[in-house]
Design a protein around this ligand. Structure first.
Ligand code: FAD
Length: 465
């Protein structure tokens, strides 16, 4: 592995950022025989697919669950070994004032639940799933999810909650976002349920790094790209840590707005495109509470993922409120990392707004972090009454934490809203040789969405190089 960039270096493609889209694109291009330089500003690869250690604990930032499609994508674009470590999470629970159910989160089980518990006709459920299956990311269908739900389940706030709540955590979408951003992601999960990577994020990224090195990618950590360099309006290189590297194409995994406004500069784009850029909405961010369980203490199997809320009714706005009473618990039992000594951890996730956290002074910021830790522990006590005495580490991350580690505007967890996808795809029409891959348009976010988008963009880049 090359440690540091040096003046005079040259490559075919510079990949900016090592999120799952950047990593997968770099690997895809290297396997085609291109010389790839992967520049990551952080000391670790993976972007939001991150892990960190505190005390004796290892915590996963975004390993809560992904669709089965990851098995195929990992086998095809990474290795059989990575694909074979993907296992199903079987116990998904919903606990709120409207219902308390457990499901495998598959189409069969959701059909059963909708018919038996929510008394929806089998025909209506079938028609709903058929409608979702027919959605494609390139469709120009702008009707909101709210309208789709009203069409199939009019006035059924409880059904809307069952269908929407998990996807709101998975990609930040709301009832007012385009229905295809809901339908595609929900259908992906419904095919066979929710999956995870056995071994933890640390093992996944280690295995991916080994593949990248085997395929000849030059990896530069702690290497922040400051500028994408152009000559005659075409890509000529990147400037990172003050040093210029020349290249024929750039694939940016930095946020699409940062790519246009900071890394390239708005003066290089046409007016029509800039008008589109101005309309791109940044998706929401999130808060997490990390709870480490003392060595030697076991916790009962209460499920793998628990969507819980004290709110009487479903509300997209409440889900992101500063004082939300809705959160998801991810449970990490010893089976998550069979290679390690038995370890247990719980992570509570909440959606959040940047504006609620960005301006707090350090004293209030610390107090509010303590508040979300305490709220999460109290909520967890309904499932494990003696959990407090088993915890020996508690920490919180906020939109500010996500911003610090990724530089994404507003610490966004899921890139941009729908309109971000078309601007990301149009970049090479504006500047030949410039591509973007990473969370955009809600659809291309999440582990599977980002990884697959990395391949789509790398394939397009290779065709034009
Ligand atoms: C708390 C949380 C929980 C999540 N849970 C799940 C989940 O359970 N399942 C799921 O499927 N998805 C989940 N997601 C979403 C998922 O993690 C992301 O959608 C996905 O990992 C994003 O990948 P990406 O390729 O878009 O890039 P990112 O992971 O956003 O990485 C971008 C990288 O680019 C680097 N970078 C940026 N600018 C520069 C620069 N100028 N120079 C060099 N490097 C730069 C950053 O440091 C970063 O490493 C979660 C996200 C969050 C925040």
């Amino acid at each position: 592995m090359t440690e540091k960039i040096e003046a005079g270096m040259a490559c075919d493609v510079a990949v900016i950022g090592s999120g799952l889209a950047g990593l997968t694109a770099a690997n895809y291009l290297a396997k085609l025989g291109y010389r790839v330089a992967l520049c990551e500003q952080h000391y670790a690869l993976g972007g939001l697919a991150a892990h960190f250690s505190r005390k004796n604990h290892i915590f996963d930032v975004s390993l809560h669950g992904f669709p089965v499609g990851m098995v195929k994508s990992c086998r095809k674009y990474w290795s059989p070994e990575i694909a074979e470590s993907i296992v199903q999470l079987k116990r998904i629970r919903f606990v709120n004032p409207q219902f308390d159910i457990e499901t495998t989160f598959t189409r069969e089980d959701f059909t059963r639940i909708l018919i038996e518990k929510f008394h929806i006709s089998a025909e209506c459920v079938d028609n709903f799933f058929t409608e979702l299956r027919q959605m494609n990311f390139y469709d120009d269908d702008r009707r909101p999810t709210r309208e789709l739900f009203e069409l199939f389940f009019p006035g059924r706030d409880d059904v809307h909650r069952l269908l929407m709540e998990p996807i709101a955590y998975a990609n930040g979408s709301t009832l007012d976002d385009e229905a295809i951003t809901y339908g595609i992601v929900f259908s992906n999960f419904m095919s066979k349920g929710v999956y995870t990577f056995e071994g933890g994020t640390d093992q996944l990224i280690q295995k991916m790094t080994a593949e990248l090195l085997k395929n000849g990618v030059d990896i530069f950590k702690r290497t922040k790209v400051e500028k994408i360099l152009l000559k005659n309006n075409k890509i000529s290189g990147v400037r990172a840590n003050g040093i210029d590297i020349s290249c024929r194409a750039v694939l940016s995994n930095a946020h699409v707005l940062n790519t246009v406004k900071t890394l390239v500069g708005e003066q290089y784009f046409d007016e029509k495109f800039l008008k589109k850029i101005e309309k791109v909405r940044i998706n929401n961010s999130s808060c997490q509470v990390y709870l480490g369980i003392k060595d030697g203490e076991a916790i009962d199997d209460i499920g793998d993922l628990i969507f819980t809320s004290e709110n009487e009714h479903f509300s997209s706005a409440e889900l992101k409120d500063f004082h939300t009473k809705s959160r998801t618990f991810s449970l990490y039992y010893p089976k998550t990392r069979p290679q390690q000594r038995p370890m247990c951890a719980v992570v509570a996730s909440m959606n959040a707004h940047w504006d609620d956290w960005s301006a707090l002074d350090s004293e209030i910021y610390g107090r509010e972090k303590d508040r979300i830790i305490e709220d999460s522990i109290q909520s967890l006590e309904q499932f494990i009454p003696n959990i407090r005495e088993k915890i020996d580490y508690a920490g919180a991350a906020t939109p500010r934490t996500l911003f610090r580690y990724t530089s994404h505007p507003n610490g966004t967890s899921f890139g941009t809203k729908f309109e971000g996808l078309s601007v990301s795809m149009e970049l090479p029409e504006q500047i030949p040789g410039l591509y973007h891959a990473g969370s955009v348009g809600i659809i291309m976010s999440g582990w599977l969405g980002a990884m697959n988008y990395g391949v789509i963009a790398a394939h397009k880049l290779a065709q034009n190089l």
